[in-house]
Design a protein around this ligand. Structure first.
Ligand code: FE2
Length: 317
């Protein structure tokens, strides 16, 4: 049985590679290679890249997820609509199988990439809590710089049939349901389901895929999310992006489901990219929860959410 073990990369298309490259650099990603028609961006973690941007009309292309063995790739290649096992022609190499998921979203399953050397970043800041002092004779002086992306955290996709998508993620990728979110007026109608990795007793993020029920015609990625080293980095990154004139989508705040300190920004093509820090970790014993999609259940603190935040793609003015 296939059980995806991590999220590795997201692929987008953009008509203006240079403009998108500048945005992702200000967002805190680092160059990882370029060809005539695409470029690779990495985080500070050990995956060779976290984003690929291909030249073309703005769009979401694929999400890449890690499987634990070459045997799982062979198994995936037998699924309906799957590609054969392919050699990845990109930094770090490895093998992949491209799967056609619900609504034809492309899920790449990958294995055998050569890890990249981790990049140095500012260490997480030691905090002096009121009753617990851990920083004495040591000054707090973080640099003013982009929030340094470490890794991809999660991907939020809108599906025409959310219930079917959840079943597919469970049965095909071996993912688990963490929390379900229903419409406030009807407990039977799902708005979205947070899905996590099954790593057995080992910790996994609260969600790696959030499967949203789409409005008719709005089948698209809602956002992709990237972990940074600590909450200060989220706030410093917010000021950096604000100073550069990018469009804020929502933040800074702290979510309820997943508990992340979050900050959301629109790319030049109108897609939302999220920074986060301090998310919840669960294991495969954690029981699924049920929540109503109210403002209080979206964030514990932070600015009120603007309804345009829920639009998948909105090109900044
Ligand atoms: Fe998110």
């Amino acid at each position: 049985m296939i059980k995806v073990q991590d999220i590795v990369y997201c692929i987008y298309r953009s008509p203006d590679l240079d403009k998108t490259h500048t945005f992702l650099t200000d967002f805190g990603m680092v160059d990882a290679g370029r060809t005539a028609d695409k470029f690779y961006m990495r985080g500070a973690g050990s995956y060779p890249y976290v984003n690929i941007i291909e030249k073309g009309p703005a769009g979401f292309v694929a999400v890449g997820m890690l499987v634990g063995s070459a045997a799982e790739l062979d198994e995936a290649a037998k699924l309906p609509g799957a590609s054969p096992v392919e050699t990845i022609d990109a930094p770090g190499g490895g093998k992949r199988v491209r799967l056609a998921g619900p609504d034809n979203y492309r899920f790449d399953l990958v294995h055998g990439m050569t890890p990249a050397a981790e990049l140095p970043v500012r260490k997480p800041l030691p905090i002096n809590f009121a009753w617990q002092k851990q920083r004495v004779l040591d000054l707090q002086r973080p640099d003013f710089e982009p929030a340094r992306v470490v890794r991809v955290g999660h991907c939020v996709l809108k599906f025409s049939d959310g219930d079917y998508a959840v079943k597919w993620l469970q049965e095909t990728l071996g993912m688990l349901v963490t929390d379900r979110m229903h419409l406030p007026e009807d407990e039977k109608k799902m708005l979205g389901t947070f899905m996590r990795l099954d790593r057995g007793d080992n910790p996994a993020d609260h969600h790696t895929i959030f499967a949203l029920q789409a409005h008719p015609g709005d089948i698209d990625v809602h956002h992709t999310s990237y972990e940074v080293q600590d909450p200060d980095a989220v706030h410093i990154g917010h000021q950096w992006l604000e100073k550069k004139g990018y469009q804020l989508a929502w933040g800074v705040g702290r979510h309820l489901l997943g508990s992340q300190v979050f900050d959301y920004w629109r790319s030049p093509d109108g897609y939302i990219f999220e920074h986060y820090a301090d998310g919840d970790l669960l294991n495969n014993k954690t029981k699924a929860g049920n929540y109503s999609a109210t403002q209080e259940n979206l964030a514990q603190w932070g600015p009120p959410v603007d309804p345009v935040f829920f639009e998948s793609r909105r090109v900044p003015a």
